[in-house]
Write a protein that binds this ligand. Structure first.
Ligand SMILES: C[C@@]1(CC(=O)O)C2=NC(=C\c3[nH]c(c(CCC(=O)O)c3CC(=O)O)Cc3[nH]c(c(CC(=O)O)c3CCC(=O)O)/C=C3\N/C(=C\2)[C@@H](CCC(=O)O)[C@]3(C)CC(=O)O)/[C@H]1CCC(=O)O
Ligand SMILES: NC(=O)c1ccc[n+]([C@@H]2O[C@H](COP(=O)([O-])OP(=O)(O)OC[C@H]3O[C@@H](n4cnc5c(N)ncnc54)[C@H](O)[C@@H]3O)[C@@H](O)[C@H]2O)c1
Length: 262
């Protein structure tokens, strides 16, 4: 099947996002956005906000406490119905009213999650007129981008899409990966790889060869046949191999590592 989607990883602290609609779907979208990117900057426009979303945002704000300084630069002309901050420096501002086409002008990314197809379409038209990227939750054919299921393990981020075919499969696959990937060990493994990478000297080609040699057996048990590791076992086994990712000393160069200079 044709699947031309191109995944990219957004830095949501550098972008402004608009979410139109704050009911069940608005809550689902925002909860996953903030879970993965608690430093996101989001404006919500909706005549009412669901209880669950309010509680979620209150929890983030309670966690942030008074430790997050106010945003001195921002002075909204319009009085918000609610403003929440997160400990990671994110913020959510809610305007209690219906969507206006001008709302898209101040943002980079737009998500429409109202229960009215006509309103969602109006959001799409405004976003396209202003050349903003839009996700129209009830109409995949109008989405410039899809939101994916996300697994975060320290610096590792895995995003899953089924090309809009089965969000339920994306969710199940996320849950499976979350169970398979041990948080602490995955983080330690990648942290060690970074240490090793930082300590490498020599030209680019040599560095690439050394890194490939070091990591060539990393996920080998998972690839090499029907044998299955217990949850996280493949990574753990690979990480404990002598000369693998323990001490950050360069391995012997045997030239066996596959070289990928991209
Ligand atoms: C992954 C995830 C991310 C997120 O939401 O952040 C996400 N949907 C999730 C859950 C979910 N959504 C729906 C169900 C009910 C069961 C079912 O229908 O399967 C469940 C499962 C559940 O809730 O259990 C219903 C649904 N979803 C869409 C439509 C409209 C349509 O298809 O026409 C309808 C029908 C509405 C109706 O019938 O009224 C559309 C989209 N949903 C997408 C993403 C994009 C495609 C992603 C991909 O490429 O796979 C896309 C195209 C647009 C977008 O929203 O970006 C998140 C899982 C997060 C997680 O748990 O990890
Ligand atoms: N993409 C997905 O993952 C997904 C999943 C389930 C449902 N859907 C679709 O998403 C849509 C939203 O469903 P819901 O359950 O969140 O509805 P809901 O009734 O729970 O919430 C609707 C929200 O839209 C707001 N709203 C209504 N008119 C508005 C306007 N003119 N301007 C701004 N905000 C307005 C309301 O205030 C409310 O916050 C449905 O059409 C549903 O088919 C998508």
């Amino acid at each position: 099947m044709d699947n031309p989607l191109y995944p990219a990883f957004f830095r949501l602290d550098r972008l402004e996002m608009l979410v139109v609609g704050a009911g069940q779907v608005g809550e689902e979208k925002l909860s996953f956005i903030l879970k993965s990117s608690p430093n996101a900057r989001v404006t919500v426009v909706a005549p009412w906000m669901g209880e669950e979303l309010q509680q979620l945002l209150d929890r983030y704000a309670a966690e942030a406490g008074a430790q997050v300084p106010g945003d001195a630069v921002e002075a909204p002309a319009e009085t918000p119905a609610g403003r929440w901050r997160t400990a990671a420096g994110g913020r959510v501002t809610w305007f209690r009213r219906e969507f206006h086409p001008d709302d898209v002008k101040a943002v980079d990314l737009v998500i429409a999650a109202t229960n009215f197809h006509a309103v969602n379409r109006q959001v799409w038209e405004a976003a396209k007129a202003a050349r903003r990227l839009a996700n129209i939750a009830d109409t995949p054919s109008l989405c410039d981008f899809y939101l994916g299921s996300i697994v975060t393990r320290g610096p590792l981020k895995v995003a899953i899409s089924t090309n809009g075919q089965s969000p339920t499969f994306a969710k199940r696959f996320r849950q499976w990966l979350e169970a398979e990937l041990p948080a602490a060990e995955t983080t330690e493994l990648i942290d060690n790889l970074k240490l090793f990478r930082d300590r490498l000297t020599g030209d680019f080609r040599t560095k690439v060869r050394e890194l490939n040699t070091l990591t060539s057996g990393l996920l080998a048990p998972a690839r090499s046949g029907p044998r299955r590791c217990p949850p996280g076992g493949c990574l753990l086994a690979a990480g404990s191999e002598p000369n693998d990712l323990g001490p950050a000393s360069p391995p012997e160069l045997d030239g066996s590592g596959s070289e990928n200079l991209n």
